[in-house]
Structure formats: C-alpha cells, structure tokens
Design a protein around this ligand. Structure first.
Ligand code: 13P
Length: 250
C-alpha cells in the first residue's frame, strides 16, 4: 500500500531559471526522508539544472510537463521524449487539462505521446478529469473512462506498470474549489475499478493522485482516503514550505 504514495508538483509556466534554481535548492534542503515518492514537474528549460542540482538527492525525481508526439525531426519548437530522458528526468506529465484545452491534445495524440515516453524509459503521470459542465451533466465517469481507454488502455500490463494516474477535475484546478474528499475518493475508486477490469491485480499497486487546489490544509483529509495515493500539486508546489507540508501530510 505504502509504495503507491506520491506527491508530485507541477510548476506549469512559472519560474525563470534562476527562480527555479532557488526553489530546487530550498526543496533539496527541506525534503529529507519523505514518506512517499516526490516528483517535481518543471518547464523544459529547467530539466538539466534540476537533475544536476538533485543528483545527490535520493528522494526527489524530476518530470517534464509534456513531450512531443513525434520521435524527432522537423517539428520546430517541440521537445522529444528522448530529449527529456537525456536530461536525467525520469517522469513526464501527459494529458494535463491545460494541454488538452489550450493546445488541443486529443486522446489519440496523447496515446502517441505515452508510447514515446515509455519507449524512452520515462514514467508517465497521465492526467484525466471532467469539466464543470460535464460534472453538472453527471458525465464525469463516462469522460474519465474514455480518457483512460483511449489514452492508456492500449498498453500492455508490463507497460502499464510505468503509469501513474492523476485525477484532476478541471473545475478544481487553480480555482480554490477543491473536490470534497468524498467526491475525489468516489472517482479514484471508480478509476481503480476500471484498471482492475483491464489489468487485474495491477490495480492494487497503481498510484492514483488527486489534483486541483490541493494545499497544506486540504491534503491531510484527501490523502486519508483509501484510493487517494497522493497529489499532483500546482500553485502550492511553487512554495517550498507549502509543497513540503503537503508531502508531510502523507
Ligand atoms: P492547482 O493545484 O494550482 O489547482 O493545480 C492543479 C494542477 O493542475 C496540477 O497539475
């Protein structure tokens, strides 16, 4: 059970390189012997610096927030999974709702990205979640099921072991509106059931994170739920004390 636990930060498009260095150095000092895996999802340009600064830190792993859906070639401005892996990063966040909404990433595109990340030995934090309108129409389970089926469930069981799922209801992201622990638990349980149907016993060891206005106050109750294995943290991951307090809630 305990080895499912994780707290991951998603810095999004925040922090210059110098500001990022400062935050990483603070985290390096503050986070010692955490009760869960810790990942920081930084902008591409921070990856090498983050990996270098943390090379002697056994507890904090580094993630990219995206990778290209093509392996290499004439795709100006894109960053491939192989490039991400070559920095020393070990994770890639994929399918974040901001990528789906603003950059039109479909489940089919995400399937390609997941494949390329895994081919390059990156683990994937795959985000799913419904919008406010979809929840109001009581379609949240249908949406999340489709995102999982079309983005992930083509994987073999062996490949699926490299996947962390993050449930991030879009209406809770950056809004201060955290899902109630009961709402989140209900969805996490449903996700675990879907994984069980597809991959059997692997469901018991699959990490399922909650994301959406998770902070030091809301984390303890969320993390106490049986199917909530930790959090994917946006705003609160930008302050070392807050991120560290969330990790200590595990
Ligand atoms: P906030 O924690 O800022 O709501 O963001 C959550 C998120 O999108 C993490 O990926």
């Amino acid at each position: 059970m305990n080895n499912r636990k994780m707290v991951a930060g998603n810095w999004k498009m925040n922090k210059t390189l110098q500001e990022g260095e400062t935050l990483i150095k603070e985290l390096d000092k503050l986070i010692s012997n955490p009760a869960c895996a810790v990942v920081i999802g930084v902008p591409f340009i921070h990856l090498t610096t983050a990996c270098n600064l943390l090379k002697d830190n056994k507890f904090i792993q580094v993630a990219a927030q995206n990778c290209a859906d093509k392996a290499s070639g004439a795709f100006t401005g894109e960053v491939s999974a192989a490039m991400v892996a070559s920095t020393g990063a070990t994770y890639c966040i994929l399918g974040h709702s901001e990528r789906r909404t603003y950059y039109h990433e479909t489940n089919a595109i995400l399937q390609e990205k997941v494949n390329l990340a895994l081919e390059n030995n990156l683990k994937v934090i795959f985000c799913v979640g419904e919008t406010k309108e979809e929840r109001e129409a009581n379609k949240q389970e249908q949406i999340v099921k489709q995102q999982l089926q079309e983005g992930l469930f083509h994987l073999s069981a062996e490949q699926f072991k490299q996947i962390v799922i993050a449930y991030e209801p879009v209406w809770a992201i950056g809004t201060g509106l955290t899902a109630t622990p009961e709402q989140a638990q209900e969805m996490h349980k449903y996700i675990r059931e879907l994984v069980q149907e597809k991959y059997g016993d692997l469901a018991a060891s699959t990490t399922i994170l909650y994301g959406g206005s998770c902070n030091p106050k809301t984390a303890p109750e969320l993390f106490s739920k049986p199917d909530i294995d930790g959090g994917l943290i946006g705003g609160a991951s930008l302050k070392a004390e807050d991120f560290s307090a969330i990790i200590n809630a595990q």
